[in-house]
Design a protein around this ligand. Structure first.
Ligand code: ATP
Ligand code: SF4
Ligand code: MG
Length: 335
């Protein structure tokens, strides 16, 4: 599998000096060409911070304090994203990697029609394209996301939430990016709508060949739609595995808890239990494993020693050597 985006040891702080909190801690994650990688974790685990950090869209006082982001252009040299010039960054953001923010469906401009907003995105990057060509492209994009072209003249308030979300996805796809990052694009929508939109995104991925980093706290959606899943807790990735393996055999007690916190969309029903306690306070992170105060299986080393992500020694040869799955938990120490 060919990597398209490699995040290496990324660290992000909010604030400087003594007042700062570390929201993303030493995160390494690889997105491969054509895959859907799901990122899950409770509120505050650092998912959005990771997405903003890697696209360099962090709002102040966010600062990247370490690590690397490498983007592999098709047929070109690898790009060191954190060192890109402003011009290079603009190109990277829209044409190579495009991001649909949390709550983006409410960021459409209320006083402009859908057509004019789509055409503006195209014009910003293809200034020489004629107006009629841009209109045709806008029509095509709407069709792609399942909206009838007679909606071109609609204003955002005339569309349902689901349609506004689709328009945002259409905009994100306008320049045929290699990577699409979706940060909880569907939480404001009902479950049926969420699934429809995700299914459509996965279909488009198959047709257009882009890769997706999909961020949500609803692990049951990820299990159904992603190829691989990474679980985040307290700013760190605590487990990463192919979706089916994570579902069948979650190794980290937090992953286990998350799986039991949402109703499964299909397959056997698990008893919903959720996870007792609340996410850690970044200003006073627990020592050792950050999950230990909430972990039903915590034992001695958990309180003092930080477990690092590693291939679990107690799983199959394939799991251990194929780079198929990793976990950061003292119950499953590395080989
Ligand atoms: P959610 O599921 O609620 O979107 P998330 O996983 O995306 O959560 P982030 O928004 O990345 O989490 O936040 C990670 C941590 O960083 C949180 O503890 C949050 O309080 C902190 N944080 C986020 N933005 C800021 C900011 N502007 N200043 C200070 N701390 C921040
Ligand atoms: Fe629980 Fe210990 Fe594993 Fe942390 S390292 S998840 S506290 S068993
Ligand atoms: Mg978020």
């Amino acid at each position: 599998k060919e990597p398209v985006l490699e995040i290496q040891n990324l660290c992000v702080d909010y604030g400087l000096g003594k007042e700062s909190v570390q929201a993303v801690r030493d995160v390494s994650l690889t997105l491969h060409r054509g895959e859907v990688l799901g990122l899950a974790g409770e509120s505050g685990s650092g998912k959005s911070t990771l997405a903003y950090g890697l696209t360099r869209l962090l709002p102040p006082p966010g600062v990247i304090t370490g690590g690397k982001v490498i983007y592999h252009q098709p047929g070109g040299d690898p790009v060191d994203v954190l060192r890109l010039s402003d011009a290079g960054l603009r190109q990277f953001r829209w044409a190579e990697t495009s991001i649909v923010f949390q709550g983006a469906m409410n960021s459409l401009n209320p006083v402009h029609t859908v057509a004019s907003q789509l055409m503006d995105v195209i014009a910003a990057h293809e200034p020489k394209m004629s107006k009629s060509a841009r209109l045709a492209r806008a029509k095509e994009l709407l069709k792609l996301v399942g909206i009838s072209p007679d909606r071109l003249g609609s204003y955002p308030h005339q569309l349902s939430g689901g349609m506004r979300q689709r328009v945002m996805i259409g905009m994100a796809l306008a320049l045929e990016p290699q990577v699409v990052i979706m940060d909880e694009p569907t939480t404001a929508l009902d479950v049926v709508m969420q699934r429809q939109i995700l299914r459509q995104l996965v279909d488009l991925r198959e047709r257009l060949g882009f890769s997706v980093l999909f961020i949500t706290h609803d692990l049951s959606l990820l299990v159904e739609f992603s190829d691989r899943i990474a679980i985040m807790y307290g700013g760190r990735i605590v487990e990463e595995a192919p979706a089916a393996k994570l579902y069948k055999d979650p190794l980290h007690p937090y992953s286990h808890g998350l799986l039991n916190a949402f109703p499964p969309l299909r397959g056997e029903r698990r008893e919903l239990s959720g996870i007792p306690g609340s996410p850690p306070d970044l200003r006073s992170m627990p020592t050792g494993c950050a999950f230990h105060p909430r972990c039903p299986k915590a034992f001695d080393p958990c309180r003092t020693d930080l477990p690092l992500l590693a291939a679990p020694a107690d799983r199959t040869e394939e799991d251990r050597t194929g780079g198929e799955r990793t976990v950061a938990c003292w119950l499953h120490p590395g080989a």
